[in-house]
Ligand binder design. Structure first.
Ligand code: NAD
Length: 480
């Protein structure tokens, strides 16, 4: 449980061997809308991180949970999360600045992620391997899947409940132990996950949490060879560092995107396309890895689309995320909002036009629509990670595909068309981890395989696919 200081601010230490350890040093966690200090967390030292890894390693070697026990624990945790939905959603509102309705949505999705993980615990299987070459007549072979061992999980700030469960759920379902390092700006909900899993019956040592800074606690995790695999979601820069720091150990990297969305002139419902493109550009103040960012619209419908987009943007309520009716809240910090604002200003200096928004107050950046943006502008070619979309015309569908593919980031892409040929062409020619037809790039069902190509990452999430990543496949050959 958390420790209260004299000011009654909850403090979360490091969670090791089923107990919270009072930290030597702490960091403040702020309410992203009010700026008030809302909790404190440990600033883990190397010794504390090492102790968490030692415990996870010993636990892996000495304790086992059967597949059905793992299933039951994860299902019980899902039930507890349902009961605590409102309390947990409020934590997300405060520490992320996410608007209440989306925070509730994240809790609901996380529960489903956990249920899907629980189900996977009962389905882990290898395959029969036919040895049909001459000389193998007396042999039979099959594979078995075994857990990799200790998994180091490092998570980002933007979906701190669902994305953390995308790591812990499959890792535990597959029979591993985990040391988790949550994002230091949004760590409280991860501490609640530990609380709930423990209440659901997860024995000590299966999930340890080290809180603190990326360059400290995160880095110490990378330096310990007893961790067999890292599962990371975050920025491409840190992903690259993790890959180079961990040698031949396994990694799953879920990184960023500058998501393109193509609206062809035969889009089945232009109103729906405009509404989806705009609202999904602003969810979580644009801070989702698959947020709509680049919108390529056929020139025949360009003006009508821009008009509709402005109307949708104008209908959104911006402000206090705790208010039930707010659609867009603050970004994670004023610094990040200023960074995005400067990218808008730079684009304008280079010839782009703001047709909606563009202004900032503190950490709140008004939902923004740009036109006349060109491929070399940061708002187009880099991950903007803010409520900013650019609407760009095209004349020929091949030109739109080329624009979309012209990026080192390749997580997901959306295409609106009622032409089956173009839809199939998109599926083949768009080089992305996911091609979404008649919905936006930000569509994700939590059970589907999810992960990027190029600099958007390595490996897949989605409980079934994550369990494959988090298990080793061994071949067994029997001489009959
Ligand atoms: P970030 O890379 O700054 O931080 C992510 C985590 O890495 C944090 O826990 C941080 O403390 C840790 N970290 C930082 N430096 C480290 C180091 N040297 N060693 C080990 N750990 C370190 O990312 P963020 O700002 O929290 O999240 C935003 C990014 O995440 C965006 O680029 C976004 O696209 C990406 N993201 C991707 C997905 C996906 O599924 N592909 C989902 C959500 C977010």
């Amino acid at each position: 449980m958390e420790i209260k200081t004299e000011k009654q601010i909850a403090t979360y230490g490091n969670y090791i061997n089923g107990e919270w350890h009072e930290p030597a040093q702490t960091l403040a966690v702020f309410n992203k809308y009010t700026g008030e200090e809302f909790a404190r967390i440990a600033r883990a030292t190397k010794e504390e991180v090492t102790s968490a890894i030692t415990n996870a390693h010993e636990t892996f070697q000495t304790k086992k949970l059967s597949p059905y026990e793992r299933y039951e624990i994860l299902m019980r945790a899902a039930e507890i999360f349902k009961e605590r939905r409102e309390e947990l959603a409020l934590i997300i509102v405060r520490e992320v600045g996410k608007v209440l309705k989306d925070a509730r949505g994240e809790i609901d999705r996380g529960i489903q992620t956990l249920i899907a993980s629980a189900e996977e615990a009962k389905r882990i299987a290898g395959t029969g391997v036919p040895l049909g070459q001459p000389g193998n007549e007396n042999k039979m072979a099959f594979t078995v899947r075994v857990p990799v061992g200790v998994i180091g999980a490092i998570t980002p700030f933007n979906f701190p409940f669902n994305l953390t469960l995308h790591k812990i759920g499959p890792a535990i379902a597959a029979g591993n132990t985990v040391v988790l390092k949550p994002a230091e700006v949004t760590p409280v909900i991860a501490c609640k996950i530990a609380e709930v899993l423990t209440e659901a019956g997860l024995p000590a040592g299966f999930l340890n949490i080290v809180n603190g800074l990326g360059q400290e606690a995160g880095q110490y995790l990378l330096e310990d060879d007893r961790i067999a695999m890292y599962t990371f979601t975050g920025s491409a820069g840190v992903g690259r560092h993790i890959k180079s720091a961990t040698g031949i150990r396994r990694v799953t990297l879920e990184l960023g995107n500058n998501s393109p969305n193509i609206v062809h002139r035969d889009a089945p419902d232009l109103d729906r396309a405009a509404e989806l493109c705009v609202t999904r550009g602003y969810i979580n103040a644009g801070q989702a890895c698959i947020s709509v960012q680049r919108i390529y619209v056929h020139r025949d419908i360009f003006d009508a689309f821009v008009e509709k987009a402005i109307k949708v943007a104008g209908s959104l309520r911006v402000g206090n995320p705790e208010d039930e009716t707010t659609d867009v809240g603050p970004m994670i910090s004023e610094k990040e909002a200023k960074r995005a604002e400067s990218w808008i200003q730079e684009a304008v200096e280079q010839g782009a036009k703001v047709v909606f928004g563009g202004t900032r107050e503190g950490a709140i950046l008004q939902p923004t629509i740009l036109v006349d943006a060109t491929p070399d502008m940061k708002v187009v070619c880099q991950e903007v990670f803010a409520p900013v979309v650019s609407i760009i015309p095209f004349d020929d569908i091949q030109e739109a595909f080329d624009h979309a593919n012209n990026s080192e980031l390749a997580l997901q892409v959306g295409v609106f068309t009622s032409n089956i040929q173009i839809a199939m062409q998109a599926a083949h020619e768009l080089h992305f981890g996911g091609v979404i037809i008649n919905d936006v790039s930000s569509y994700r069902a939590d059970v589907m395989p999810y992960g990027g190509l190029k600099n958007s990452g390595i490996g897949k999430e989605g409980p079934h696919y994550a369990v494959q990543e988090m298990t080793e496949e061994k071949i067994v050959v029997i001489n009959l």
